[in-house]
Design a protein around this ligand. Sequence first.
Ligand code: NAI
Length: 479
Amino acid sequence: MVIKKVCCIGAGYVGGPTCTVIAYKCPEVTVTVVDLSQERIDQWNSEDFNLPIYEPSLVEVVKECRGRNLFFSTDIDTAIQEADLIFISVNTPTKTFGLGKGRAPDLKYIENASRRIAKIADTDKIVVEKSTVPVRAAESIQRILQANNKPGCSFEVLSNPEFLAEGTAIRDLLNPDRVLIGGDETPRGRRAMEDLACVYENWIPRKKIILTNTWSSELSKLAGNAFLAQRISSINAMSAICEATGADVAEVAHAVGTDSRIGPKFLQASLGFGGSCFQKDVLNLVYLCEALNLPEVAAYWHQVIAMNDLQRRRFANKIISSLFNTVTDKKIAILGFAFKKDTGDTRESSSIYLCKFLMEEGAHLNIYDPQVVPQQILSELKYPSICDDPKKVDRLVTIFKSPYEAIKDTHAFVICTEWDEFVTLDYQTIYNSMLKPAFAFDGRRVLDHDNMQQIGFHIETVGKRRNMKGLNGYTPVTP
Ligand code: NAI
């Protein structure tokens, strides 16, 4: 089958950019992205291109394709009916209740989407699971589809996990390291995989398109995110040793990363990783291992999350101890609330947890982020697991439109997100506007620490002791 019409269920961080790039690169394919949320679809369709997500270059590509062969709609049924191929790109968050709470992914959105496809479709479809799912989820989708399909209508389910990173989504989609397609090892399954591969071949060289069995494809996505998260936790574990000994984690990362077997990427120590995927997908893997009766394997991967939690806590403790062991009623500016630069996404951002720890101590927080809207910041902080009293958030948190205004008259500022603009702020002016001693906490290691110290700041960072006097009782062992 030559794919002419594509439907994507879920117009979020994955469905939106992925299908925009497919429409951009395949002008002869009509792509309709559908969602239950009228608000989200209205934003995708907004005249002033005020899109629901921020990604560099996304607006430009949407401008090129929207109304030509790219459409956003809430008419899910028509889009399903007309499509040759349907991507399922709905959310799969960690369960917050019931069996597998705090570990297993909630698959209700996947199941609802599958049931809708089965109910509506009256011609053969290729159904592609793009959401990140546990191994063998495709089998469940296939069963739901087969048990509910209309006579004469058949489905082929493929796994095609998405590897884009937020902040570089368009770049990643235009030039991916690889595209992974998993399917049944039957002639029909093979044909469906080839049909999807043909779509990608419009702009991606064939040698970058990997075909595997369905389960390998599903597991590879979890494995990929687990390996990436593990590297961050590994360097963060080293940062704790650096802070206690006088080694510098940047020097260690450089020395380790120049080994070609290891490589330099993802070795940046920080106050911890965030984002909607790393924690969720590692927990998903942990749950899978537990279900498979592999408790040691589960414990191994769970430690990646434990190390991340520790890193956030250690950084908050460093702030509190530096500020003379109390932050109660002190004013602290938080620079950056997105989980990383070049995105407006705040899901699982380390900023949230840092704010939680500081609010528990009664600190007043002045928050600034160039992309995250105030409403979003407040709703993250008012989540019951972060702060059980929304009024406390209203009392302690103020949101600013400028970093200078946020930092003025504070005791300290903390860099939580590595936005480029934070590197080039006028730190002399900032220093002059702060209470003294003026403290700077660089949770992303983006500032020039010697320069900050020369200006007069007391600066603390991750993975490097600024004050070499007294090594916390550590005595180097002499052989
Ligand atoms: P998201 O929450 O931004 O978007 C999901 C969308 O699906 C929402 O707009 C929701 O309203 C919609 N939806 C849910 N059920 C629906 C239904 N039955 N019919 C129509 N629309 C429905 O989620 P995001 O970030 O796009 O993630 C989607 C999947 O992709 C997840 O499994 C995630 O793990 C995976 N993924 C996410 C990446 C990321 O960077 N955000 C990267 C790679 C994979």
